[in-house]
Design a protein around this ligand. Sequence first.
Ligand code: IPD
Ligand code: CA
Ligand code: CA
Length: 260
Amino acid sequence: MEYLDFAIDVARAAGDVLKHYMDREKQVALKGRANLVTIADKESEALVIRRILERYPAHAILAEESGISGADAGDEGKWIIDPLDGTTNFAHQFPFFSVSIGFEKAGKVLCGAVYDPWRDEMFSGARGLGSFMNGQRLRVSNIDKLGSGLILTGFPYTMREKMKTAISQFEGFLFESQAVRRAGSAALDLGYVALGRADGFWEMDLHPWDTAAGLVILEEAGGRVTDFADNPFSIYGKQIVASNGRIHDEMVAVLTRLPS
Ligand code: IPD
Ligand code: CA
Ligand code: CA
């Protein structure tokens, strides 16, 4: 698929930008109390946008650092970009971060690529065509009980305002699952569930650039994605529960019985 090939190509080039800055001066600035931005976020995003404008001038763009650009209407399609998912990790040289590029048309994410430049792992997927990691077909895990599952999560930068809810959810999953990990890149978290390295993922306050590419990758690997109340997931909503499908109902049950 043309758009997927393009997304893979550009995600790899943007990943090279991140690798370049990994052990150099990163010029870290604060967007909020705990919300960082570095020169690598900005350069990675500039590269992706430049490549889209050259190749698809009629497409719209939604990117984390610069917002909306490209063609106005977006009828021809919209690229949804997180140039560096896991900025806090990156700024501390903790090697878990990614580039995420999704392509949406008529309200549906058609394809996406999530690239981990540190491990050179390229997750990709397109509707109806399956999903892959470095050419290996992805399939979610067979774990069928939450109690046997490894569950991923993340905390929003607004954590301090939502502390009680975030902690009670975390506590709920610590009790009910085998283990919980908070690694720090939502896009990669979705890729890991698609690959079967983890069995589920939830988070309360995400953005379209965090989830667009990962959504199609996970669904094409046989996963299920909803909001906390088991309603169909929208990348423009905030809540996400993503799983191998088999433990989904149990995950939703944990979230719905907790006060929010
Ligand atoms: C963040 C990461 C993190 C998640 C945060 C996101 P950023 O994205 O995906 O895992 O917990 O909610 O904002 O800011 O590093 O692109
Ligand atoms: Ca992000
Ligand atoms: Ca980011």
